[in-house]
Ligand binder design. Structure first.
Ligand code: CTP
Length: 412
């Protein structure tokens, strides 16, 4: 799949730099020509010889070494893709603000090729507002982001900031360059049921397992989409570039506010609580005090909000979990929430919906209804993503007709 592709692999100065060697080896094994570029700080963590030996040519570090007077523009222009792994807070900041002070940051500013950024740093740094803002800026410009994951960090700390696994980085590179029918599209998928706190230990939850949403996220990633998964479920999500674990409707809303505006497709498969306790106790309510009166308030309807705010061309998909009047309720939600597609399931039917490995759905759009009979959630995901791809091409044709009135005149 990567045969003949020229990939600049940028390596920043972080402890995860040692994993870049494995990324390079895997890219070369997949047929790519890997041009390794290290920052000066990276050399504190790995030797040039190691990376050179497992890349396609010797490591470069300096703007001024070698016979080529302008290595940055040549490397940036001839690359099919630039992958930065690990990307430190400093590289992310320099790239976001156009500050080109060394060979790698010069290449990043000089290229028109797609860029895959794989951040790795301590949790405190990853969550710092400066880094959060820089990442938002990069994403809004179309930069692909892989990870970071949650796990053990340097010094024995545990948290978010761990470099994504080399195999996932290579899969993401493959997806960005790949020929999948969704290559280049950004998907945001929500999954699982939100949990709304009553007190420090108790929550109001629902029966959604997150399996269907995770299957949709993985299917879109497999077909080349750049997927951000916002989930409450502790399930794996193969190939997903960016995963955000949340618990409450408010946290899901925050993640959507950050990621949905730049998405081409948003799939709301999460079962978002409709009501939450007004004032959850931050301690454990004791039973000796008798049954508590729990005052509830409505949560915002996230899908309806997205329907009101979406930009032209964005495809919005909702779910409808029903026990009665499946199609009438689904059509009502399609119109009320201003979405393009509702995936409706009769959660009272055997083998369907929450917690089952199988599902059966009716995919409803303004112009069509498609019944998908009982099947695995992976097969249902394929059918849903097929319909999204079809809808997306219809939306693009409509956009093209708006932009090009000649095409509009001649269109059937
Ligand atoms: N949804 C949402 N925010 C909410 C509630 C629901 O974004 N606060 C989304 C769900 O993710 C789903 C769709 O709206 O995509 C429909 O959810 P569903 O629970 O079937 O419908 P509701 O709008 O909650 O209406 P009702 O419970 O009356 O069926």
């Amino acid at each position: 799949m990567l045969a003949g592709k020229r990939i600049v692999l940028g390596v920043g100065g972080g402890i995860a730099a040692y994993k870049a060697v494995e990324v390079s080896r895997r890219l070369v094994d997949a047929g790519a020509h890997v041009v390794p570029v290290m920052t000066a700080a990276a050399e504190h963590f790995i030797g040039r010889t190691t990376l050179s030996a497992l890349a396609s040519e010797p490591v470069r570090m300096d703007l001024w070494e070698g016979p080529d007077p302008i290595p940055h523009t040549r490397l940036g222009q001839t690359a099919d893709l630039i992958c930065v792994a690990p990307a430190t807070a400093r590289i992310i900041s320099a790239f976001a603000h156009g500050y080109s002070h060394d060979l790698l940051t010069n290449i990043l500013i000089a290229t028109r090729a797609p860029v895959v950024v794989c951040p790795a740093m301590h949790t405190e740094m990853w969550e710092h507002p400066a880094v959060v803002d820089n990442m938002t800026l990069l994403r809004s410009r179309g930069v692909h982001v892989v990870g970071p994951g949650v796990g053990r960090l340097a010094g024995g700390d545990l948290g978010a900031g761990r470099l994504a696994d080399p195999e996932h980085i290579v899969a993401a590179v493959d997806a960005v360059l790949g020929s999948g029918d969704l290559a280049g599209l950004r998907f945001v998928v929500t999954a699982g049921g939100t949990r709304e706190p009553i007190d420090a230990v108790r929550v109001i939850a629902n029966r959604s397992s997150g399996q269907q949403g995770h299957a949709i996220a993985s299917e879109a990633a497999r077909r080349g989409a750049d997927v951000t998964l916002i989930t409450t479920a502790s399930l794996p999500a193969d190939g997903v570039a960016h995963r955000i674990d949340v618990e409450t409707a408010a946290q899901m809303e925050g993640a959507l506010n950050e990621h949905a505006p730049s998405a081409d497709v948003v799939v709301m498969s999460a079962a978002v609580a409709d009501f939450r306790p007004v004032d959850p106790a931050n301690y454990k309510l004791k039973k000796d005090a008798g049954p508590p009166a729990i005052m509830l308030e409505a949560t915002p309807d996230l899908l309806a909000q997205l329907g009101r705010q979406r930009r032209p061309g964005q495809v919005l998909v909702g779910f409808a979990a029903e026990t009665d009047d499946l199609l009438a309720n689904a059509r009502g939600k399609l119109e009320r929430k201003q979405v393009d597609m509702i995936v409706a399931n009769d959660v009272a039917a055997p083998g369907v919906g929450f917690s089952h490995p199988t599902n059966a759905v009716t995919i409803v759009t303004a112009a069509s209804e498609r019944e998908v009979p009982l099947a695995s959630k992976a097969d249902i995901a394929t059918a849903v993503v097929d319909e999204i791809a079809r809808l997306r091409s219809t939306v693009r044709q409509a956009e093209a007709r708006r932009v090009d009135p000649i095409q509009s005149d001649t269109a059937p």
